[in-house]
Design a protein around this ligand. Structure first.
Ligand SMILES: Nc1ncnc2c1ncn2[C@@H]1O[C@H](COP(=O)(O)OP(=O)(O)O)[C@@H](O)[C@H]1O
Ligand SMILES: CC(=O)OP(=O)(O)O
Ligand SMILES: [Mg+2]
Length: 396
């Protein structure tokens, strides 16, 4: 009987999941799906690996729906793949704090410590941990494993990890952690397969999704990144502001009569592409819009992204390879093209036809810098981590 792992990737608006067979060295996807609990009618969609619909259900009563939808997922798995035993559930947990440099089996004590990190990722941490609680309630005894967005950046060292605050704050953990680590780790692994000669070179991965960040890598390891203590810093995002003069926050509270909660809401939910455009947080909508405000939001996005690529390149002492990933990075050729143009002075040359076709390699022959589009896969990264942990610890 082969073993399976249920992977949950809880994002800001929905939960993606995948069921993986982990009997072989490389996990194999058996089915995937979406748990959308934020709509008036929570919905569950299950698809085959190639995308055909397998199962769909929705609930009328949102308040009770979460548990029911998870129960439906487990019932579907049991019904369809009953011959294989579910060994563990693997979760993407956005913030792991200072404690975790790799995946860990969740205990009540660890869950409580991760809940205490909610102020450092208020948009994400509760949404990542809710499925852990739900699964523990409906399937007690199921091993649950946390895979952290922060773990890949665990080796980040000063000066990259440091804020220019007195040392006592750093001693209390107020430092740059970085996020999107599962995505960066997966993409770095793909680069090693596609172009092994580039692994030792100076590389930047641009994860451009609803959340967005850059990672500077040397020898496949993170040495700098644009997100910080929280996933607010760095690039312009769907609804998050990215890097901002900290004086703005003081001014809003002191002179605009905004409470801390109102400022937090502004920075996480009302800013970024959504705030600047006043139209949408969704890059597709903005690219399709003729409104000047939509154009302004898109321009600010590419301006800041290019600026911060140059910042990461400074950490690396130059740049040999730039990789785009995430929903925008993988699908929005216009955004890749605009960022490339802003970086032409560095020697980035993107080939228009390859870019439009979203080929794997999109730089032109005269480019000094190799440019790739590599689709990310956080779910398989979580499955790999879980499989390794299960094998290493002989979890039954
Ligand atoms: N074809 C496309 N063209 C432009 N943007 C796209 C396209 N497909 C997806 N996106 C954008 O990708 C973003 C979502 O990225 P994704 O990585 O899926 O987000 P999440 O952080 O929720 O995982 C949205 O802004 C969406 O508009
Ligand atoms: C950390 C983060 O920003 O994640 P996401 O892109 O899923 O919002
Ligand atoms: Mg994502």
């Amino acid at each position: 009987m082969s073993d399976t792992v249920l992977v949950l990737n809880s994002g800001s608006s929905s939960i993606k999941f995948g069921l993986f067979d982990v009997a072989a060295a490389e996990p194999v996807l058996l089915c995937k799906g979406l748990l959308d609990e934020h709509e008036a009618k929570p919905r569950l969609v299950v698809k085959a690996p190639a995308g055909e619909d397998l199962f769909e259900t929705s609930k009328q009563a949102p308040e009770a729906a979460g548990g029911h939808l998870f129960a439906d997922v487990l019932a579907f798995i049991e019904d369809r793949f009953g011959g294989r035993s579910l060994r563990a559930a693997g979760h993407r947990i956005v913030h792991g704090g200072s404690d975790h440099s790799g995946p860990v089996v969740l205990t009540d004590d660890i869950i409580a410590k991760l809940e205490a990190l909610t102020p450092l990722a208020p948009l994400h941490q509760p949404r990542c941990l809710a499925p852990v609680r739900t699964l523990a309630a409906i399937r007690p005894g199921l091993t649950q494993i946390a895979c952290f967005d922060t773990a890949f950046h665990h080796g980040l060292a000063p000066p990259a990890s440091r804020f220019a605050l007195p040392g006592r704050f750093e001693a209390r953990g107020i430092r740059r952690y970085g996020f999107h680590g599962l995505s960066f780790e997966y993409v770095a692994g793909r680069l090693a397969e596609i172009a092994p000669q580039l692994v030792a070179k100076r590389t930047i991965i641009a994860h451009l999704g609803n959340g967005a960040s850059l990672c500077a890598l040397r020898d496949g390891r993170s040495i700098d990144t644009t997100m910080g203590l929280t996933p607010l810093d760095g690039l312009v995002m769907g609804t998050r502001c990215g890097a901002i003069d900290p004086g703005v926050l003081l001014y809003l509270q002191q002179h605009e009569n905004m409470s801390v909660e109102e400022v937090q809401h502004l920075l996480y939910h009302e800013s970024g592409l959504f705030g600047v455009s006043g139209i949408s947080a969704d890059m597709r909508t903005l690219l399709a819009s003729r409104e000047a405000a939509a154009r302004e939001a898109v321009d600010l996005f590419t301006f800041r992204a290019a600026q911060q690529v140059a910042m990461m390149a400074t950490t690396l002492g130059g740049l040999d390879c730039l990789i785009f990933t995430g929903g925008i990075g993988e699908h929005a050729s216009e955004i890749r093209g605009a960022i490339g143009e802003r970086l032409a002075w560095m020697g980035v040359r993107i080939d228009a036809a390859s870019n439009d076709a979203a080929r794997e390699r999109i730089n032109s022959d005269d480019s000094i810098i190799a440019v790739f589009v590599i689709p990310t896969n956080e779910e398989i990264m979580i499955a790999r981590h879980c499989a390794a942990l299960i094998r290493g610890r002989h979890i039954t």
